[in-house]
Write a protein that binds this ligand. Sequence first.
Ligand SMILES: Nc1ncnc2c1ncn2[C@@H]1O[C@H](COP(=O)(O)OP(=O)(O)O)[C@@H](O)[C@H]1O
Ligand SMILES: [Mg+2]
Length: 336
Amino acid sequence: MITGNGITKTFRQRGDVLGGREVRALRGVDFAIPRGGAASFIGESGCGKTTLGRIIAGLETYDEGEIGIDGTSMSPLTPKQRQPHFRKIQMIHQDPYSALNPTRTVHQTLGAPLALRARQTGRSRQWMDERAAEVLSLVGLDPGTVLSRYPHQLSGGMRQRVVIARALTVDPEMLVADEAVSMIDVSLRLGILALLKDLRERLGVSVLFITHDVATARYIGDDGELYVIYRGQVVERGPVDTVIADPVHPYTQSLLSAIPVLHGLERPGEQPVVPLESLDESQPDTGCLFARRCPFRSGRCESERPALGATRGVPQEHACFHPERRSVIARPMSGV
Ligand SMILES: Nc1ncnc2c1ncn2[C@@H]1O[C@H](COP(=O)(O)OP(=O)(O)O)[C@@H](O)[C@H]1O
Ligand SMILES: [Mg+2]
């Protein structure tokens, strides 16, 4: 189980002579991803998804809050003590082109982490070769064909498979896939998504899927939880299918309305509640972060920040003061 409690992160961007500006990338995020489970973080570009994924994988520091890995809290540990815990969480980046060293063959790429493990556990060279072949087979590549190849001799989809194979060399508990298919040819995307799903089922590895695309979030873990992030805050959280079929927060609704068809789940005639706009950090930071874009806002929304929580009769958690106003307006075609 990987947990986060109140994770906060502010970046101080250096820019002009006045000392730059602060970006509140994460504002007290809570999450819990069970072993073998699936979760998806979704939200517009700049909402903090990658920052959160990097923090979970131990690649970025956080200002406040707590990350727990299988019951062990990371905060009191030294960086060295944290290493074996964070090794259980492997990140798969968006760009399979820059993720692989162009001067290394696939054999060398997989050999580096395997050599480390072999040293630690007193295993042989033969074990390393067998393990390399095994992880390649797990990701659907033929070891005999690809082991001697360099990245430029592989397609984007094959490269991403090699990246996933490299992550598997350390027997991870969780894969964090950050927009893992967005830079891959459209025709190859479904294969990578199916692979992640398959690894979940076969190895019991949990998958955290970070995406701006609801359809892929749903595909990867329809039994998992969807976290909708807006400007560094989780504004809605619940079972993927529940949130997609009946979103409560107006931001989730606008996000979903931008996508007419979701893998067979059509939402005919639905209009965006609020048009999506680019992030504007100069927006006031009091009250609900979404208030300025929200047609349902009241005076309270402008002065007070709604926290993520449950309302009676609503199956998912949400951070909105007026969930009851929504269902009628957001679903004009459903006959209500
Ligand atoms: N290393 C960094 N230094 C300064 N600002 C950063 C850094 N990384 C991310 N940010 C800022 O934090 C915010 C969240 O970024 P990010 O986590 O990459 O969002 P997403 O992945 O959802 O697009 C953005 O405003 C981004 O500009
Ligand atoms: Mg990102």
